[in-house]
Design a protein around this ligand. Structure first.
Ligand SMILES: Cc1ncc(COP(=O)(O)O)c(C=O)c1O
Length: 419
C-alpha cells in the first residue's frame, strides 16, 4: 500500500488517522508519509522514497536514527527482560549520571513523557507551596495536561481560558497567562494574586511556536520574582534539555530553576520524561512526601539504558559538532531559499534548533509571528518534501539537527535542493 492508501485506512481505525495531531499534515496539500525505517539522518517511507530528516522524532534523536551504541545498549538490556515494576540498576545509573553533571539537581524522578513530567511538576509545585495558581506564557507548550491547555483570555493581564474542550473553567482559572518578555506584566500578576501563585512555568528557550529566544534579563527577572514571592521557577526543558548543552538553557543562561522537566533526549528515543530539582523539593514526592505520583512503566530498564548511552555520548566535542552541522545546514537552506523565491524568509538558529520563517523581524513573542504564514510554509514544506528533505510538517514547529547531519549529509542536502 502507498502512503495515501495507508493514511486512508488509518482514518478508519484511528481518530484523524494519527496518534498525535501534528503528524496529520493538517492543511498540507499532501498525505502523511508512513515511515518504514530510519538510519542516521535519513528516513524511508513505505514507498521506498528516502528523505533527509529534520524532524528527528521532534527532538529525541540527537545522534540520528539507529545510533549503533544506543541500539546495542537496548539489545543488551532486552536480554535481561524489559520491565520489572521493581527497583533495578538501570534507572539508578541514569539518575546518578544526571545528578552528578547538573549542579542544581540533587534528585530526579523518571516518568514516561514530557507531559507526565510537567503534570508532576505542577502538582509538586502546588504541594510544596500550598498554593493553587500557576503562571504560563502565551506561546509556550508544556504538553497536553489540563493545567497547560490554556490560552490568554481577552480581559485583564493574566486572565485565561481553556484552549481545548474538556478542560474545565476552574482549571483554566488556576492558570494565569502572561506574554513572553513582559516582566512588568508578570510583576502585576504576582501583585494581583498575592500569595496564590505556586510557580512560573516557562520553556526557557520557547521552541513550540517557532523559536522565540528570550533575553537573559527576562529569565533572571522571573527568577527574582519567584524568589521574592516564594513561588517556584520551573524550567520546562523537554526540548532544550541536553540539547543546548548538557545542562540545557539553565546552564546556558546561568539561572537555577527550582524544578526542571525533561523529555525527548533524556530517553534516547524511548518514552522517558523526568522532573528534577533539589532534594528539599523532590522529597515532597511519594513515598516519603505528601505529593502522589506513580507509574507502572516509569524508569523502564530498556528506556533507561538507551537514555544513559545517549547522554554519555553528549561530550563537549559532540556539542561543537552539532552546532557546526546546524550552521552548515542553515546556510545551505538559506542560500537555496534566497535564490528560489523565498527571499522573505529568515532561518533563526539556536544551538541545533532552527526555524525557517517568512519574516525578517526579531521574533521574541507569539504576536511577532507573521499572520497567515501557513500557506507560505506549506509551499516550502512541499517543495522540500518532493526533493527528499523532511521538515516537521507544521508552520510553528522548529527543525532539529543531529550529529548524523554531518558533512556528507550536508553535501547531499545541497545536491537535493539544487537538483
Ligand atoms: C517544552 C515541552 N514540554 C512538554 C512537552 C510534552 O512532551 P511529550 O510530547 O513527551 O508529552 C513538549 C512536547 O513537545 C514540549 O516541547
Amino acid at each position: 500500500m502507498n502512503n495515501k492508501e495507508l493514511f486512508e485506512k488509518s482514518l478508519k481505525y484511528v481518530p484523524g488517522g494519527v496518534h498525535s495531531p501534528v503528524r496529520s499534515f493538517k492543511g498540507l496539500h499532501t498525505t502523511p508519509r508512513f515511515v518504514n525505517r530510519g538510519k542516521g539522518a535519513f528516513i524511508w517511507d513505505e514507498e521506498g522514497k528516502d528523505y533527509i530528516d529534520f524532524c528527528m522524532s521532534f527532538g529525541p534523536l540527537i545522534h540520528g536514527h539507529q545510533d549503533p551504541e544506543i541500539k546495542e545498549a537496548i539489545i543488551k538490556a532486552l536480554d535481561h527482560g524489559w520491565t520489572f515494576g521493581a527497583c533495578e540498576k538501570y534507572s539508578l545509573e541514569l539518575a546518578e549520571y544526571i545528578v552528578n553533571k547538573i549542579s542544581f539537581i540533587e534528585q530526579i524522578r523518571f516518568v514516561n513523557s514530557g507531559t507526565e513530567a510537567v503534570m508532576t511538576a505542577v502538582r509538586l509545585a502546588r504541594g510544596i507551596t500550598g498554593r493553587s495558581k500557576i503562571i504560563k506564557f502565551n506561546g509556550c507548550y508544556h504538553g497536553h495536561l489540563d493545567a497547560m491547555l490554556i490560552k490568554a483570555g481577552s480581559g485583564l493581564a493574566g486572565t485565561a481560558e481553556a484552549s481545548s474542550k474538556g478542560v474545565t473553567e476552574k482549571q483554566a482559572g488556576d492558570t494565569l497567562i502572561c506574554e513572553l518578555g513582559d516582566l512588568a506584566e508578570v510583576t502585576k500578576v504576582f501583585d494581583d494574586h498575592k500569595d496564590q501563585i505556586a510557580a512560573i512555568f516557562i520553556e526557557p528557550l520557547p521552541a513550540n511556536n517557532g523559536l522565540l529566544v528570550q533575553s537573559q534579563e527576562f529569565l533572571q527577572g522571573l527568577r527574582d520574582l519567584c524568589t521574592k514571592h516564594n513561588a517556584l521557577l520551573v524550567f520546562d526543558e523537554v526540548i532544550s534539555g541536553f540539547r543546548i548543552g548538557f545542562g540545557g538553557m539553565a546552564e546556558k543562561v546561568g539561572i537555577h530553576p527550582d524544578l526542571v522537566t525533561y523529555g525527548k533526549i533524556i530517553g534516547g528515543g524511548m518514552p522517558v520524561g523526568a522532573v528534577a530539582g533539589p532534594r528539599k523539593f523532590m522529597e515532597f514526592l511519594a513515598p516519603i512526601g505528601p505529593v502522589y505520583q506513580a507509574g507502572t512503566l516509569s524508569g523502564n530498564p530498556v528506556a533507561m539504558a538507551a537514555g544513559l548511552v545517549n547522554l554519555k555520548k553528549l561530550t563537549s566535542a559532540a556539542y561543537e559538532k552539532l552546532e557546526k552541522n546546524t550552521q552548515a545546514v542553515v546556510t545551505i537552506m538559506k542560500d537555496w531559499m534566497d535564490k528560489n523565491g523565498f527571499e522573505d524568509y529568515q532561518t533563526i538558529q539556536y544551538g541545533s534548533l532552527f526555524y525557517p520563517i517568512s519574516s525578517h523581524d526579531k521574533l521574541t513573542k507569539i504576536s511577532d509571528l507573521p499572520q497567515n504564514m501557513n500557506e507560505r510554509f506549506y509551499k516550502l514544506f512541499e517543495i522540500f518534501l518532493n526533493k527528499g528533505v523532511y521538515l516537521a510538517p507544521n508552520a510553528y514547529e522548529v527543525g532539529f539537527c543531529s550529529l548524523a547531519h554531518e558533512e556528507s549529509v550536508q553535501e547531499e542536502l545541497k545536491r537535493r535542493l539544487w537538483k
